[in-house]
Design a protein around this ligand. Sequence first.
Ligand code: GUN
Length: 171
Amino acid sequence: MIEAKPNAQDVINALELVAHVEGGYFRRTYQSDHRASVETSTGPRYLLTSIFYLLTEQSPVGQFHFNQSDILHYFHLGDAIEYSLIHADGSLQTLVMGSDILAEQLLQLHVPGGIWKASRLLNGPHGFGLISEAVSPGFDFADMEMADRRKLTAQSPQHRALIEKLTRDEG
Ligand code: GUN
C-alpha cells in the first residue's frame, strides 16, 4: 500500500483541530477528570491536561504568551518548529523541535512555567509541524497571558525585532 503524504488540512481534519488564539490549531485530548484537582494560587486546576498543537504555512506562528504551568512538548510529524523563550531575567533561549535528532532537533521540550514562549514553523517539505503538549497543573486561560507587543518590548527591548515578528500588531 502506498501511504499518502498528509497536508496541513488533512491533519486538521483527521485530528479535528480548531484555531487557537495563539495562532495554529489545537484540540484538547485529555484532562484528569477522575483525579482530585490541584490547588494553585489562581484556583483549582486539573492535575494534567494535554493537547495536540499544529502550526501550518497559513498559520505558522504561536505568538508570545506566558504560562504559569510547566509544559512538556512532544514532536510528532512534519517540519521543524523553532521555540523562542524569554526568561524572567530577559535572556533569550532558542530551541528547535523536529525529527532530525542527529542535527540536535528535540523530540521533547520542557518549558517551565513563568516565562514567555513563542513558536514558529520552519520551512520544510510538509507545510505543517505537529506536536503534543502536556500541561501540569492543567491548562486554564486564567493562567495564560497573550503578550502585548508594547509591554513585552518595554520589558525586553533587546529582543524588539523578535517580539515584533512573534506578536500581533494590536496598533
Ligand atoms: N495550551 C496548552 N494546553 C492548552 C489547552 O488545554 N487549551 C488551550 N486553549 N490552550 C492550551
